[in-house]
Design a protein around this ligand. Sequence first.
Ligand code: SAM
Ligand code: SF4
Ligand code: F3S
Length: 455
Amino acid sequence: MNNMTKNNPLYNIITFGCQMNKADSERMAGILETMGYDATEDPNEANVIVYNTCSIRDNAEQKVYSYLGRQAKRKHKENDLTLVVAGCVAQQEGEQLLRRVPEIDLVMGPQHANRLDSLLEQVFAGNQIVATDPVHIFEDITKPRRESQVSAWVNIIYGCNERCSYCVVPNTRGVEQSRTPEAIKAEIEEIARQGYKEVTLLGQNIDAYGRDLPGTTETGRNKHTLTDLLYYLHDVEGIERIRFAPSHPRYFTERLIKACYELPKVCEHFHIPFQSGDNDVLKAMKRGYTHERYRDIINKIRGYMPLASISADAIVGFPGETEEQFENTLRLVEDIGFDQLNTAAYSPRPQTPAAQWKNQLSEEVKSDRLARLNRLVSVKAEERSQRYLGRIEKVLVEDVNPKDDTQVVGRTEGSRLTFFAGDINKLKGKIVPVKITQVRPFSLTGEALLKRIDN
Ligand code: SAM
Ligand code: SF4
Ligand code: F3S
């Protein structure tokens, strides 16, 4: 969106990292607009720049320093520039960021995203602020400025209580805090009123949803679980698709699989990171499951929903990982056949146990394993794509194809990007039956069966 009123001050948000950060950025954009700022795509004309940072791997963290350097220089020439570093690097580095880049005005951890307005007011009063203390996240009463007009992210739980030995997230995002089912439903009803068709429920450990909320059932089970939440949210009128991500194999239940099977709006798409296919590595990672348990979950899902789409995350080159252990990861990928797999070479992170270990692998070994895994992932994804050929898929249209404006792009229920000829003005937000005519590893092309549009 461009600045509509020329006189309003301008903001620019640059977002790194995961969907949680993207959702936080949308909320911060909403707050800035409520404060009278307009968005600009050009940081060089912005009065407030927010870097919403990620520290999951070292290269993600380093990016922000190079971006910051440029604007810090600009700040010496222009008085009216406020630099904000938000997100996971902000939480991790805190005051040290100010020592490294003294031009920064505000350092704020992810738990403080909803407080951007009051923090900025303190900055405008002449203070340099670091907001990284753990807080109870206040219910979000702001109106996010969402990027998509079709599909919206909704946080249901913040933080993570796991202690995977490689991961910064528990340090950067704090302890688990579930939102109440009522607050989540109210947000989704509002989203539906605004015309959105799809919601993705988000949490770093979404299967932990509700365990910090009070109440148990007659059988002693926690009253609030992700499964119960799906049933509770299902009847929101106007919302046609519900997704959730990512799932943790340790807590994934058959009750949840059944709910996804029974509830027509819940997409048959599961994102369940496994990280490694080797039990000893999984143990060292402190993941709390075996590869057998993981395989069992996928078999159960496919028992109920044979065509379900399965995606995951995996790490190669974890400290001490032998060639044989790495091959167990390859074997798992070969056997399961993921629709998509996000892969990464292990990156030692500050204040995580695995970073202190002596048995770190060389960069050569890590990048060689990453390349081998990626080759296999593409081959398997291409194989998986074949099952779409000739099938009729329901595609929720999101946008114009950026490379060909005679085409639109959307996603299937399984979240495969799909292109087909059509007019975005007529089709945006519609679910269109599309006959798939071409398949690639991670995307599809088809022809709309326009007479059968259901909307
Ligand atoms: N909560 C999710 C889970 O338990 O799988 C993952 C969240 S994390 C933001 C996203 C992915 O980053 C992880 O699944 C993992 O594959 C990867 N990751 C986390 N720490 C990493 C590290 N130190 N080095 C490389 N990849 C890492
Ligand atoms: Fe990190 Fe593990 Fe929590 Fe996922 S579950 S965010 S990998 S600590
Ligand atoms: Fe990065 Fe923080 Fe997400 S470290 S991946 S932005 S939770």
